[in-house]
Design a protein around this ligand. Structure first.
Ligand code: AMP
Length: 114
């Protein structure tokens, strides 16, 4: 989708600090980090959000979570821990409508989130 921010990052039309990429997913640093480490992991194919995911997206959703795990390890968060979050819709705090996992760590994270 040409008007989607994250599709434009996938297409390398908008710059991002890319951390990991394969055929299905892309990971890059969040531009407004919520912690010392904050990455986003997205499917390359446009899906607006978790609510729009279909049974046939199961494989890519699995790859997304595994990539989030690998990126957390790459950022040195494996031992200390981290949080993987998908914000869905208005009350979930979603602001970019291309499905993404946040990987946040490098400090103790409060629970429940605000
Ligand atoms: P959400 O609010 O869950 O939809 O998360 C969207 C995330 O995208 C926020 O944490 C933003 O800081 C991040 N973001 C917005 N624009 C960019 C960008 N150009 N590059 C990297 N991250 C971005």
């Amino acid at each position: 989708m040409s008007d989607c921010l994250f599709c434009n990052i996938v297409a390398k039309k908008i710059p991002a600090e890319i951390l990991f990429e394969n055929a299905a997913v892309l990971a890059f640093r969040d531009i407004r980090p919520a912690g010392p480490q904050h990455a986003l992991v997205i499917p390359k194919a446009h899906v607006p959000g978790l609510r729009d995911s279909k049974p046939e997206d199961a494989a890519v959703l699995g790859l997304l979570v595994l990539a989030a795990r690998d990126v957390a390890e790459q950022l040195g968060l494996g031992e200390s821990g981290y949080r993987v979050v998908i914000n869905q819709g208005r009350d979930g705090g979603q602001s970019v409508f291309h499905l993404h996992c946040h990987v946040i760590g490098g400090r103790p994270l409060a629970w429940p989130p605000g």
